[in-house]
Design a protein around this ligand. Sequence first.
Ligand code: ZN
Length: 256
Amino acid sequence: MTSLRLAELATTDVDALLRQPHPVALLPVGSTEPHGPHLPLLTDALLSEHACLRAARDLRATGVTAVVCPTLPYGVTRYASEFAGAISLSAATTTAVVRELCAAYIAAGFSRVVVVNNHLEPEHIEAVAAAVAAVPGALFPSQLTKRWGRTLGEEFRRGDCHAGSYETSLVLAARPDLVRDDVRATLEVVPISLSKAIREGKVTFKAMGAARGYFGSPALGTAAEGDALYGQLALMIVTEVRESLGLDGVGVDAKP
Ligand SMILES: [Zn+2]
């Protein structure tokens, strides 16, 4: 089996891949965004990339040829702007970049291009959704739907899921070397619902009450939980891809 990462293939490999019945490109999207004092700026991009790698492996196991595209590690990042390291694109640029990338993958011969995003700031989500809606063949599975959100654990459902146990677990499972364990052990719980604060019109993490740029319970994150969460994220991607291709429900049972 050839590499799961498109950019590691030679053009001859890609040519062969595009002759398969359903070549699928998984495009990881994230942000360059502060995630508290214990997680790296690349957290969202890392989560997307790791979920895509897992989903590509699982899709291949069901007979669908999937590859993971190079990651887009930028998006609209305004909530974290009071912390060092928040590097934002405008919504218009985010939409244009994602739309052009999606169109380019379809033009290259992929049956589907799937945008996998883990930066959940509403303005960013809207910008990505607008891009995907403009490109036939582009998909945007969403953790924020009832169907999938309920599978991602208690903290995620409550909405206090920026740099808390949910994201900490996912980074621990993918890149434990990037988690400041000594720091996170000292972090107190910040039991504030990000989704509720957003509905109340607050526009920065500090205004929402996250003085150190995290919500929830970073100290409770574990690699085992992260591994299980990647299984759920991959299941979301596999299922939506297979449904979109008109294939049967095998993906629903394709738990890793
Ligand atoms: Zn994040």
